[in-house]
Ligand binder design. Structure first.
Ligand SMILES: Cc1ncc(COP(=O)(O)O)c(C=O)c1O
Length: 398
């Protein structure tokens, strides 16, 4: 290739790139894990994805669909067969009715669903209440959609759940929506129907939209998951996001769905149509098998997460890092305040001195400071080794 050797990336003096994007910091988690990937013998409690491989029946269904030549675009909304199966599934579990023709949109992960939902409802300057600590992408997504995230702190005193009182106090004339996400990443917090109903009452009084990310709904260990859209006054103002990544160990397939009112789904579909066209048909074929026949696989995985959850939480408490028993997802969120280190110092030193990777709590919002996130989506053996190393590290500090 003639001349190719001269084409090196260099900073040149041109009109500046987009200010909105350049003002948003890159995810701290990514930077941290770039370092981890270069190190040997690290036990990682860092990654937020199942350590299980997608169940064989699901992989096989995808392979079979390829053999039959399913390699084309699908409807912008996604395969009708998959939307129908999702509508039936949501109806069976939650008693909610969504018309598969115009109330369900297949998205490229909940990640895309979140972006579409925000872009469909926000006008520039609209405020979105975001309870924290929360998944790292929420605030940047609000900003990219032209909105203003209003963080709302929660802490161990309420089991990291937010309260209707706090929500009410953060509402201004510019508030447009609230983002709910229970079970929560990074705290594992869940919320009861009673507590969520109080929040929905405040939201309805102030005519706000609700975007609810329920990607961890199946990973609830005791009691029943409360689907926000089932609450009084919620259905018409709620965009329900859910997906296949966590429940069926399908992170790489990139399939999720949004369910809401037809006019909202139509708005989301318009953005999806022009930017994404459709989710991959291979992923959709796999998801169809998962939702039709994968419940047993999910239950097996949840039973294993539950065992790991108890092990890691009791281990952390014994070490002297107080940790509430989380009721959902696959994360423990212990306090590291007693060590006198910031969450970044703790995570960095633990990584370099004892080769255990955890995520600093401040990656999930300012009120995550003083905590670290430990994912227990890893084997019992690795959790035991990590606990031994964390104990050694904490003893050294005292
Ligand atoms: C709360 C939450 N929402 C969404 C996602 C991303 O999901 P998806 O793989 O469906 O894009 C994650 C991934 O960790 C998550 O923790």
């Amino acid at each position: 290739m003639r001349g190719a050797s001269n084409r090196r990336a260099r900073i040149i003096d041109m009109k500046p790139l987009c200010k909105i994007v350049s003002d948003v910091p890159a995810s701290g988690i990514r930077k941290f894990f770039d370092v981890v990937s270069q190190m040997k013998d690290v036990v990682s409690l860092g990654v937020g994805e199942p350590d299980f491989v997608t169940p064989w029946r699901v992989r096989e269904a995808a392979i079979y669909s390829l053999e039959r030549g399913y390699t084309n675009y699908t409807s912008n909304y996604g395969l009708l067969e998959l939307r129908t199966a999702i509508a039936e599934h949501v109806n069976a579990r939650e008693g909610l009715q969504y018309n598969p023709e115009n109330q369900i949109l297949i998205t490229v992960g909940v990640s895309e669903g979140m972006d579409l939902a925000l872009r469909a409802i926000l006008n520039p300057g609209d405020e979105v209440i975001v309870p924290e600590p929360c998944y790292v992408s929420y605030k940047p997504c609000v900003v990219f959609a032209g909105g203003v995230p209003i963080p709302l702190c929660s802490d161990p005193s309420t089991g990291f759940a937010t309260t209707a009182d706090r929500v009410a106090k953060s509402i201004t004339p510019n508030t447009k929506a609230i983002l709910l996400s229970y079970p929560c990443n990074p705290t594992g917090a869940t919320m009861s129907a009673e507590e969520l109903q109080k929040i929905v009452d405040v939201v309805a009084e102030n005519d706000l939209y609700i975007i609810t990310d329920e990607i961890y709904d199946r990973l609830t260990y005791s009691g029943r998951h409360c689907c926000v859209a089932t609450l009084k006054q919620a259905y018409d103002r709620t965009i329900l996001l859910n997906g296949f990544s966590k429940a069926y160990a399908m992170t790489g397939w990139r399939i999720a769905y949004a369910a809401s009112r037809p006019d909202i789904i139509e708005m989301m579909m318009k953005i999806h149509q022009y930017t994404m066209l459709c989710a991959s048909i291979m992923g959709q074929m796999a998801a169809l098998e998962a939702i039709k026949n994968g419940d047993g696989d999910t239950e097996d995985m949840v039973a294993q997460y539950d065992q790991r959850r108890r092990l890691i939480v009791s281990g952390l408490n014994q070490i002297g890092l107080p940790c509430v028993l989380p009721n959902g997802a696959f994360y423990a969120f212990p306090s590291i305040e007693s060590t006198g280190l910031s969450s970044e110092e703790f995570s960095e030193r633990l990584l370099f001195e004892e080769k255990v990777a955890v995520v600093p709590g401040n990656a999930f919002g300012d009120c995550g400071e003083g905590f670290v996130r430990c994912s227990y989506a890893t084997s019992i053996d690795k959790i035991e080794t990590a606990l031994e190393r964390i104990e050694k590290f904490v003893k050294k500090l005292s």
